[in-house]
Design a protein around this ligand. Structure first.
Ligand code: SAM
Length: 282
């Protein structure tokens, strides 16, 4: 089996398959041999565990996951990588590669069919053009998963792992914290990828709650409130919500006071409970 731990091997495989990187698909492949073992280890892939990987590329991380987990299902959109993966993962009998767009897959069905009796985790070096939509899909679909260990742009990881109510927080911080406890794991320099992206990356782990933080009548209203409050983050929460939802200021003012929120605050100062209270009245 070809271990993909050195750049020479990776370049040789890619050139033999005549592969050109697609910028549009966020193809920055890992070439730093120390990153994948560490990431796979921290993802909790192990005995009795099934792993969903999104975007295996040529299979660098996939190999490490196959070494540890009972089963790995890797979802890759780029059909040109399928023969490459057949070669690089040929020696493993615990891998299934699905040639699909992850955003179009029914992941609940996939878990039910592929991972009976196993704990399930997600581990991926995500394509950066869809980082937030993929993370929100994984969380909003309420999958029976334990954790999501993902490489994302460092800036995005900082935002997601920020404390709710701190300057660095944003709508995505609140949304992710509703479903999981985020944890920053380690940073990865831009030079660890081929081609090298413009910015550094980081690996974070979202420890998914069995139940979301609050019982809400309507999760959608919660996210509408969060997005509206952060839409114009330099403005007061009163102005941001009223202008982004097209509501009368006086009505929003009353709604905020009834929720126990100062209408003159900025969204980044609000707590999870504040957003829950606002969403009940919106
Ligand atoms: N895991 C590999 C690595 O670490 O070297 C590749 C990571 S690369 C950042 C992202 C991968 O996601 C690429 O292989 C790309 O083709 C794939 N991808 C992009 N969009 C996708 C989608 N919507 N569904 C599934 N895979 C996707």
């Amino acid at each position: 089996m070809k271990k993909l731990s050195d750049i020479g091997t990776i370049k040789e495989i890619l050139s033999r398959h005549g592969f050109n990187f697609s910028k549009g698909l966020g193809q920055n492949f890992l070439i730093n041999p120390s990153v994948c073992p560490k990431m796979a280890e921290l993802s909790s892939a192990g005995e009795g565990v099934g792993v969903i990987e999104i975007g295996p590329g040529i299979g660098v991380l996939t190999q490490e996951l196959c070494e540890r987990a009972d089963k790995v299902v890797a979802v890759e959109i780029d059909q040109r990588l399928i023969p490459v993966l057949e070669e690089t993962l040929g020696d493993y009998d615990n891998i299934k590669v699905i040639n699909e767009d992850v955003m179009k897959l029914d992941l609940n069905e996939l878990i039910e069919n592929e991972f009976k009796g196993m704990k399930v985790v997600v581990c991926a070096n995500l394509p950066y053009y869809i980082t937030s939509p993929v993370i929100m899909k994984l969380l909003e679909d309420k999958l029976p998963i334990e954790s999501i260990t993902v490489m994302v742009q460092k800036e995005a990881a900082r935002r997601i792992c920020a404390e709710v109510g701190s300057r660095e927080s944003g709508a995505v911080t609140v949304a992710v914290n509703f479903y999981s406890k985020p944890e920053m794991l380690f940073s990865v320099s831009a030079g660890s990828f081929m081609p090298a992206p413009k910015v550094d990356s980081a690996v974070m782990k979202l420890n998914v709650y069995k139940e979301p933080l609050f019982e809400l009548e309507d999760d959608k209203k919660f996210f509408t409130a969060v997005k509206a409050a952060f839409a114009q983050r330099r403005k007061t929460v009163l102005n941001s919500i009223s202008s982004s939802l097209g509501l009368e200021k006086s009505a929003v003012n009353e709604l905020l006071l009834d929720s126990g929120v100062n209408p003159q605050s900025r969204a980044e100062k609000l707590s999870m409970e504040d957003f829950a209270e606002i969403s009940k009245r919106i």
